[in-house]
Ligand binder design. Structure first.
Ligand code: GTP
Ligand code: MG
Length: 573
C-alpha cells in the first residue's frame, strides 16, 4: 500500500481563455450598443490615422485634427474608419481632408508612423505639468511624471517637441496653470509648431475650453486621461476590450460635451447659443443612453465569461495572476514560462486582454498563469471601472504575482501606484508574491539579488534571460500551499487513476503504504479493500480547500463519487 500526501488549490479559481468564443471577429462591427453613436458624440481619438481611401491622403478623426493639415487648395469629404477599432458603420463619419501638392503629401507621408498595425500621424506634442507643493500623493515628482507622459505620448504615436511645468499650491480653476505660463506655452506653440498640448493631470471641461481658447483653435488640448484612453482605443483588439474602452471614453466625454458644442458655436459665429445649450442636453441624453446600453452589453459579456470559466473549474488547477505596473515585464514572464507568444514590447499598455496559459513545473505540478493589463499612476477611474470584467481575473485567482521592474529608478513609487489600484479592487484577501524583474538590467544585479534574499515574499528574476525562473516556480508553489488545506485521504487500490488527477491539481506531500485493516474508517464503499498480502490501497494526505476535492471527484470521475470523498478526512492545515 502507498500513502501519499498532497495539496489542492483554493476551491474557486476561475479559468478563462484569452479569446472568447462569442467573439469570432474582434473588430466586428455588429456591436449594437454603438449603433446609437452620432459622429458628434463619438470620442475623438488624438492620433490622426491614415485610411485606405482612393484619392484621400489623410482622414482626420475630428474637426480639430483636420486643422493640423497643411493649408491646401481644395477640400474634399471622405468617409472611412477612424482607427480600425470596433466602431459601427454608423459611427463612420465624414471627415475633412485636404488635397495637397506632391510636396505637401511627401512631408505628411514622412510623419506617419506605424502603430499597432495602423499608420498614425506623428503630431507635434508639447507636455505641461503642475507640481503641487506639499502634495503627499505626488510621489513621482513632476519631472519623472512628465517623462512618463512623454512615454505615453510616444506610445500613442505623437512626437514630443518640448515640455514645461509649474509649481503651484493649487491648480488654477479656470486654466489649470497661471496666465504667465499660458503665455509662455503660446510662444512655444508658435516656435515649435506645436499641434497638441497635453496636460499631465485630468482637466475639467471649463479648463479645457479656456485653454483651447487661449492657444487658438488650431491647437488641440488634452490631458493624461484622454491620452491613456486613446492608447487603449488604439490597442483594443477584442470585442470585450473595445466595449470597455468605449464605455470609459463615453464616461470621460459626458461632462465635457460642452467643449464640443462651444467649438460648433465658434463656427456659427455665436449665433446658435441658445440652441447649443438645448443640444448639449440632447447630446448628454443620447450619450447616457449609449452608456447604459454599453453597460448592459458588458454585463452580458461578463456573465458569459463567468459561465465559461465555471465550466473550466471541473479540474481546479490554481490560477496565478500577474499584476504590475505597465512595462514591468509581465507578458515576457508569461512567454518565458509557457511560450504563449503574447505581445511584449517596450511600450506602455502593450497588453489589454488577459491571457491564461498552463505552467507545468518540473515536479509535475501545474498552475495557470494569467497575464493582465498593466497599471499606471493616475490611472483614470473610468478605465478601472470599465475594465471590471477583465480585472475580475485578478480577484478570482489563487495568488497574485506583483511583477516589478526593479531596474526602474522609480520602482518603489510604481509599487505604491500598483498597490493603490489594487486597493480599489476586491483583492485584499488574495495572497501576494512580489517578483523583482529585470535584475539583469539593475545597476548592481548581485546586490539586488542579496537584497531580495533578505526579504520575505520577494523573488528576483530576469524574465528576459530566464534567470531565477525555477526559484519563481518554487515560490509560487510555496505560496499556493499557504492557501490550501491539508487533506489525508485513502485511494482504493482499484481507483488508482485518481492519483494522476490528485498530482495534477494538488501538491502531494507524502505517499505511504497503508494496510486497510489498520484504518477501517478509510474502507472504501465503492472499491474493494484488499487485506495484507492481497494488495495495497493508496492513502493520500493533501492540502485542499473544502469542496475542491469533492468537486474534483464528482466532476472528473463520477463513478468514484461515493467512494473517494467519503473517505477523505479533512482538516485545516
Ligand atoms: N532587460 C530586461 N528587459 C525585460 C525583462 N523583462 C521584460 N523586459 C522588457 O521590458 C519591455 C516590456 O515588457 P512586457 O513584457 O511587454 O511588459 P508588460 O508588463 O507586459 O507591459 P504591459 O503589457 O504594457 O503592462 C519589453 O521590451 C521586454 O523585452 C527583463 O527581465 N530584462
Ligand atoms: Mg503585457
Amino acid at each position: 500500500m502507498t500513502l501519499c500526501f498532497c495539496s489542492l488549490p483554493r476551491p474557486s479559481p476561475l479559468i478563462h481563455q484569452p479569446h472568447l468564443p462569442w467573439n469570432p471577429n474582434p473588430n466586428s462591427r455588429s456591436n449594437s450598443s454603438l449603433s446609437l453613436s452620432t459622429h458628434r458624440l463619438a470620442p475623438s481619438p488624438l492620433a490622426v490615422v491614415r485610411v485606405a481611401q482612393p484619392g484621400a491622403e489623410v482622414a482626420s478623426p475630428s474637426p480639430e485634427s483636420a486643422a493640423i493639415l497643411p493649408a491646401g487648395e481644395e477640400e474634399a469629404l471622405v468617409t472611412g474608419p477612424v482607427n480600425g477599432s470596433s466602431v459601427e458603420e454608423s459611427e463612420v463619419k465624414p471627415t475633412r481632408v485636404k488635397k495637397k501638392s506632391r510636396e505637401d503629401e511627401d512631408s505628411v507621408d514622412n510623419r506617419f508612423t506605424l502603430r499597432n498595425g495602423k499608420e498614425v500621424l506623428a503630431e507635434n506634442a508639447y507636455l505641461v505639468g503642475v507640481e503641487r507643493k506639499g502634495d503627499p500623493a505626488n510621489t513621482f515628482g513632476i519631472e519623472e511624471s512628465l517623462k512618463e507622459l512623454a512615454q505615453l505620448a510616444d506610445t500613442a504615436g505623437l512626437t514630443i517637441v518640448g515640455s514645461t511645468y509649474q509649481k503651484l499650491s493649487t491648480p488654477n480653476a479656470r486654466s489649470y496653470i497661471g496666465s504667465g505660463k499660458v503665455s509662455e506655452i503660446k510662444s512655444a506653440i508658435h516656435a515649435l509648431d506645436v499641434e497638441t498640448v497635453i496636460f499631465d493631470d485630468e482637466l475639467s471641461a471649463g479648463q479645457l475650453r479656456n485653454l483651447e481658447k487661449a492657444f487658438g483653435e488650431k491647437v488641440r488640448v488634452c490631458d493624461r486621461t484622454a491620452l491613456i484612453l486613446d492608447i487603449f482605443n488604439q490597442r483594443a483588439a477584442t470585442h470585450e476590450a473595445s466595449l470597455q474602452v468605449a464605455l470609459a471614453q463615453m464616461e470621460y466625454q459626458l461632462p465635457r460635451l460642452t467643449k464640443m458644442w462651444s467649438h460648433l458655436e465658434r463656427q456659427a459665429g455665436g449665433q446658435v447659443k441658445g440652441m447649443g445649450e438645448k443640444q448639449i442636453e440632447v447630446d448628454k441624453r443620447i450619450l447616457r443612453t449609449q452608456i447604459g446600453v454599453l453597460k448592459k452589453e458588458l454585463e452580458s459579456v461578463r456573465k458569459h465569461r463567468k459561465q465559461y470559466r465555471t465550466r473550466r473549474t471541473a479540474v481546479p488547477v490554481p490560477v496565478v495572476s500577474l499584476v504590475g505596473y505597465t512595462n514591468a515585464g509581465k507578458s515576457t514572464l508569461l512567454n518565458q514560462l509557457t511560450g504563449a507568444g503574447v505581445l511584449a514590447e517596450d511600450k506602455l499598455f502593450a497588453t489589454l486582454d488577459p491571457t491564461t496559459r498552463r505552467v507545468q513545473m518540473k515536479n509535475g505540478n501545474e498552475f495557470l498563469l494569467t497575464d493582465t493589463v498593466g497599471f499606471i499612476q493616475k490611472l483614470p477611474t473610468t478605465l478601472v471601472a470599465a475594465f471590471r470584467a477583465t480585472l475580475e481575473e485578478i480577484s478570482e485567482s489563487s495568488l497574485m504575482v506583483h511583477v516589478v521592474d526593479i531596474s526602474h529608478p522609480l520602482a518603489e513609487q510604481q509599487i505604491d501606484a500598483v498597490d493603490k489600484v489594487l486597493s480599489e479592487l476586491d483583492v485584499s484577501s488574495i495572497p501576494k508574491l512580489m517578483v523583482w524583474n529585470k535584475v539583469d538590467k539593475a545597476a548592481d544585479p548581485l546586490k539586488t539579488k542579496l537584497e531580495a534574499a533578505k526579504r520575505q515574499d520577494v523573488v528576483c528574476i530576469s524574465a528576459l534571460t530566464g534567470d531565477g525562473l525555477q526559484d519563481f516556480c518554487d515560490a509560487v508553489q510555496d505560496k499556493l500551499k499557504d492557501s490550501m488545506v491539508w487533506v489525508e485521504a485513502l485511494i482504493p487500490f482499484d481507483k488508482g487513476e485518481l492519483l494522476s488527477t490528485v498530482h495534477q491539481v494538488g501538491m502531494v506531500e507524502r505517499t505511504t503504504a497503508q494496510i486497510c485493516s489498520q484504518k477501517p474508517q478509510y474502507k472504501p464503499t465503492g472499491g474493494k479493500c484488499r487485506g495484507p498480502g492481497m494488495g495495497d490501497d493508496v492513502c493520500i494526505d493533501m492540502h485542499h480547500q473544502g469542496m475542491a476535492l469533492e468537486q474534483l471527484v464528482t466532476e472528473t470521475t463520477p463513478q468514484t463519487k461515493e467512494a473517494f470523498p467519503s473517505h477523505a478526512s479533512t482538516s485545516r492545515g
